[in-house]
Design a protein around this ligand. Structure first.
Ligand SMILES: Cc1ncc(COP(=O)(O)O)c(C=O)c1O
Length: 411
């Protein structure tokens, strides 16, 4: 089918008239090679079907939320059961208390949980709580780190005032000196540090956190009676069944969660410790859909699955298999490839590829052969990816490397 006669292209043309810029935000396919689909018909397990009937093994998992596979029966049945009883009501369902109890049981630093809808709600609420805690203003965040799409953190400048960011001070991730400089600049006005569990910025190699850097974040907050906020929206429950720095022995005061916590159902969470409890009644945050019970039931079922299944070991094993396969293939074709990030959240970038042209040629081959990879964003592996899916993927990637090796880009 010619690419301009597809259902996808017809939808894109209609969208241009009724959706700003045809599409917005991180799911816009506008910057991808032409054969990447914009619209999908359905999803199941680790597979996606686009509106033209093409099927893909999906390595984006909805950009993170799908931890256990699309349409996981236990999760979706829990949501449907609650939906039948009541979802958006004049007050929350009893499931809200059960869910908060389950988070407090699972996540070491958490003494309470507040639920919202998007990761941005959770990170923005964390900033407000940190500022209210001692009435201080300055918040330290890493340059280029993504914490959401509110004015204080959105990556594009449209609609953002200098004043919106007046009290943010930026440091380089993993760079203790720059963190200390930022803390000095904040002086006695430091409200807190917001930091992701590892460096998972788009377009670049991912970096594990240096444990000394993480310790320094905690120590600065302790010295200055400020709040350490861990942004676990993207990595939460993909690195641990706990908050992501627990394995380093470091607990934040607040942690922001979203994505995985309900396997695709719309809910996010802010978890906090005793230190922040008294501040909470002074910070007014809410939303028409924040108390909806079906997503809470889905989240509770997801937490049960997280506690009781071997999903974490599985995604690490699948990620390892994929990484080793890709590395071996790239070496065999003499192609410089950088595979970074945790294996279950892989980032893959080609050497000498500043404009992602190699990623595009390679990724487009994959799209044409039923595998969906992202050209510059970290990817995600779910519990539904099987050994056979990885093996099949590696058969396709082998041919993609061959195509790239023969292209003028390889020279
Ligand atoms: C680390 C991190 N924080 C916050 C957010 C914002 O989450 P949401 O898109 O649900 O608002 C994201 C989303 O990708 C994220 O990756």
């Amino acid at each position: 089918m010619s690419p301009d006669k597809t259902n996808d292209s017809a939808l894109r043309a209609r969208a241009l008239r009724v959706i700003p810029n045809g599409m917005y935000g991180h799911q816009s396919a506008r910057r991808f090679p032409a054969s990447y689909p914009q619209y999908f018909e359905r999803a199941e397990g680790c597979r996606l079907w686009d509106v033209d009937g093409r099927q893909f093994i999906d390595y984006l998992c909805g950009y993170g939320p799908i931890l256990l596979g699309y349409q996981h029966p236990k999760i979706d049945e829990a949501a449907a059961r609650q939906q039948k009883k009541g979802d958006v009501m004049t007050g929350p369902g009893s499931v809200m208390v059960e869910l908060a109890e389950e988070f407090v049981r699972l996540v070491g630093h958490a003494d309470w949980a507040l639920f919202c809808k998007n990761g941005t709600d959770a990170t923005s609420t964390a900033i407000s709580v940190a500022r209210e805690y001692r009435g201080s203003r300055k918040v330290l965040i890493a340059e280029k780190a993504y914490h959401g799409s509110a004015v204080w953190c959105t990556p594009l400048p449209g609609g953002v005032l200098k004043e919106d960011r007046a009290h943010f001070i930026y440091f380089k991730y993993n760079d203790i000196e720059s963190l200390e400089r930022a803390s000095e600049e904040a002086g006695g006005d430091l409200a807190g540090i917001l930091v992701s569990p590892y460096k998972h910025d788009v377009y670049v190699d991912q970096e594990p956190v240096n444990p000394d850097f993480a310790q320094r974040c905690r120590a600065i907050c302790d010295e200055k009676d400020a709040i350490l906020m861990l942004d676990d929206v993207r990595a939460g429950f993909r690195l641990a069944r706990e908050s992501s720095w627990a394995r380093l022995g470091i607990q934040p005061d607040l942690s922001a969660w979203g994505k995985t916590i309900a396997n695709g159902h719309p809910i996010s969470a802010l978890l906090g410790n005793e230190r922040c409890r008294a501040t909470m009644p002074k910070v007014y945050v809410t939303g028409s859909y924040w108390f909806a019970a079906a997503a809470m039931a889905a989240s509770l079922a997801t937490l049960h699955e997280i506690s009781s299944s071997g999903y974490l070991e599985h995604i690490v094993r699948m990620g390892d298999m994929l990484r080793q396969g890709l590395a071996t293939q790239a070496a065999a074709y003499g192609i410089g490839l950088r595979l970074t990030g945790p294996v279950q959240m892989p980032q893959m970038l080609f050497d000498n590829d500043p404009e992602y042209k190699k990623s595009f040629v390679w990724g487009e081959y994959l799209i044409g052969h039923g595998v969906y990879f992202h050209p510059w964003h970290n990817m995600f592996i779910s519990a539904a990816h099987s050994e056979n899916d990885i093996k099949h993927t590696l058969q396709v990637t082998d041919r993609a490397f061959e195509v790239l090796a023969k292209s003028p880009l390889a020279a």
